[in-house]
Design a protein around this ligand. Structure first.
Ligand SMILES: [Zn+2]
Length: 123
């Protein structure tokens, strides 16, 4: 965990290090429509491309595919049922959960805490 960006806020730390979840609808990235890429707030690694983002209506930034190989997953039971948690392979920071109700072609929904992402618009 010592690869962490030391300028993280309390909220970012809570989610990345303690598998917290931000309130639904709280992230400005929900409405981000520009072309660009989404990076880990913990270490800066590129995690998603804007082309893979979609509006899921969940209140969290959602993607149907990540950059290949950037995440590791594990199953958690925090809410009393099994969910697949994913975290950044580079720094270990928790980002969100993967669900099977996403759009084609993957059918996956990466439900990501917006506060853990840094959007870099394509110039
Ligand atoms: Zn990271």
């Amino acid at each position: 965990m010592n690869k962490y960006n030391k300028d993280l806020t309390i909220e970012q730390n809570f989610i990345l290090n303690q598998e917290g979840t931000e309130p639904a609808g709280s992230s400005s990235l929900n409405s981000e429509k520009r072309t660009g890429s989404y990076h880990c707030a913990g270490c800066g690694k590129k995690l998603f491309e804007s082309e893979k983002k979609y509006e899921s209506g969940s209140g969290w930034p959602s993607f149907f595919q990540s950059i290949p190989g950037v995440f590791e997953t594990k199953t958690d039971n925090l809410l009393g049922y099994e969910r697949t948690e994913y975290h950044c392979k580079e720094c270990g920071g928790h980002h969100g959960h993967i669900f099977d109700d996403g759009p084609k072609p993957t059918g996956k929904r990466y439900c990501n805490n917006g506060i853990c992402l840094i959007f870099k618009p394509k110039i």
